[in-house]
Ligand binder design. Sequence first.
Ligand code: MG
Length: 160
Amino acid sequence: MLGPDRFAPRLHDVPHEELEAAGIRGLIVDLDNTLLGFRETELAQEHLDWVTRARQRGFRIVMLSNNLSERVNTLAARLDVACFSNALKPLPFGFLKAKRRLQLRRREIAVVGDQLFTDVLGGKLCGLYTILTEPIEAKDFPITRFFRFFERLMLHGRRG
Ligand SMILES: [Mg+2]
């Protein structure tokens, strides 16, 4: 139930061609530690390029974050993608809202995020394809650090 469908060190390590071959046409992307490090305010060029090329290839992208709206809105605007903040992942509401926005079927949507208990669990509860990335920075919000401990137990070093 909890295992992601795929591991990737970073978002930009996932080839667009691979997603297309799997029938994926839409992406629900996490913000913190997936697109942007905990202390970073600027997006890495690799992530900007990856998102830009994904959109040029016709992928629909929605950002889904448990973080507060201001930070999320700013970043989403820079990427020119729709966003939902305060998403309460892993609860399904945010994922279902994102799915409605994408206007795609479940099997056409991939969730990308760095957390097993929010991004992957939530995506799986909604029947979506899930990709677990390595967190960009080791330092996290305290609640995230708490869950990282259980993540390590669950994954037994399978990540990567
Ligand atoms: Mg995250």
